[in-house]
Design a protein around this ligand. Structure first.
Ligand SMILES: [Zn+2]
Length: 348
């Protein structure tokens, strides 16, 4: 029996030495120390042992049992530590690795230009007011002194909608909308998109941004001189203080007198080049003193109030400022083009 016990001990220790998982250790424990395990069986057979040998066999059984239990405890602890070390190695976070690059957007170059234009105008005392893109004939044409047979009212020049509505062809509707609701003194700019059935070309687009501005006060307070001063100041703030500004007599239904405003060519500085067709000048906006009929249309007395108005294209002004030669680039949104203008205010 002593021999048998030594065999059980040797086999158990050998198997524990090979055990690599908690399950394998548990299997050895059950087979040797379990309720019907090998040592338990030996104890059951104790009556077979001669009386004088029983104490020695009993001690040996206990010794083997204790030895195996201790070995199991040590092995289990080792396995647990190994498993934890492995999980620490596998789940290690390297805090020195560079982070994920989250790309940041930036404002479209046309938006950047429009924001800059509005910033300058606001700094000069103008208030920004948004007005509707969808208009009726009165606010887009009638109140602005367009005669009933004016060619702008033809189908090929205006997007007409259902129910007598249309997509505004200019932001001048903003002038009417604001004047209907408020009384002078007024210094307002109305930015927004306008629509005309034009092809998308190098210089034109069926949808384009405009900024309409106007300033009205009691008759005699606001004159053509103020118009020239405000626009010259604005254009020099936007294009640079060295820009020359020129006013030419023109005609619009809603202003009288009317002027077209040129700035010295940004490319040649006024000496003449291909872009300015050797004139040294680039047309930049239209302006004038608000026509008395426009004032009457909103219930103002032209004897009492007087003011000026101006309007300019946003994309066209951005083209000149940024030195872009083709307006279509603004609408195609090719990132290779847009990336050149990411110096502007970033948006997340
Ligand atoms: Zn030029």
């Amino acid at each position: 029996m002593r021999e048998q016990l030594e065999q059980i001990r040797a086999q158990a220790l050998e198997q524990l030495g090979d055990a690599a998982t908690p399950e394998q250790i548990e299997a050895v424990r059950v087979r040797v120390l379990g309720r019907s395990g090998e040592l338990t069986e030996i104890m059951r057979r104790m009556p077979e042992v001669p009386r004088e040998e029983r104490p020695a066999i009993g001690r040996l059984v206990n010794e083997i049992k204790t030895q195996i239990e201790e070995r199991i405890a040590v092995l289990s602890e080792q396995l647990k530590r190994l498993a934890m070390e492995r999980s620490l190695v596998e789940a290690r976070i390297d805090v020195t690795l560079p982070g994920l690059n989250v790309p940041r957007g930036w404002l479209h170059p046309v938006t950047q230009s429009r924001e800059r234009m509005l910033d300058i105008l606001e700094s000069m005392g103008f208030e920004v007011v948004e007005t509707p893109d969808i208009e009726d004939d009165f606010h887009n044409f009638g109140a602005l002194n367009f005669p009933p047979d004016h060619p702008a009212r033809e189908m090929q020049d205006t997007f007409f909608l259902f129910g007598g509505l249309l997509l505004r062809t200019h932001t001048s509707n903003g002038q009417i909308r604001v004047m209907e609701q408020r009384k002078p003194p007024l210094a307002i700019v109305c930015p927004g998109n306008c629509y005309r059935p034009d092809e998308l070309t190098v210089r034109s687009s069926p949808m384009f941004g405009q900024i309409e501005g106007f300033m009205i006060d009691r008759a005699g307070v606001i004159t053509m001189a103020h118009l020239k001063g405000v626009l010259t100041e604005f254009l020099r703030a936007f294009f640079g203080p060295e820009s020359a500004v020129r006013f030419r007599a023109s005609f619009f239904p809603f202003t009288e007198p009317s002027a077209e405003v040129d700035i010295s060519c940004l490319l040649c500085g006024g000496s003449g080049c291909r872009v300015c067709k050797q004139s040294g000048w680039t047309e930049i906006l239209g302006a004038g003193m608000i026509h008395p009929n426009v004032l009457r249309a909103v219930g103002y007395d032209p004897e009492e109030y007087q003011g000026f108005a101006f309007g300019m294209g946003v994309e066209r002004t951005a083209l000149l400022k940024l030195g872009v030669e083709d307006m279509r680039l603004f609408f195609e949104n090719d990132l290779r083009f847009l990336r050149q203008f990411r110096s502007g205010e970033a948006v997340s």
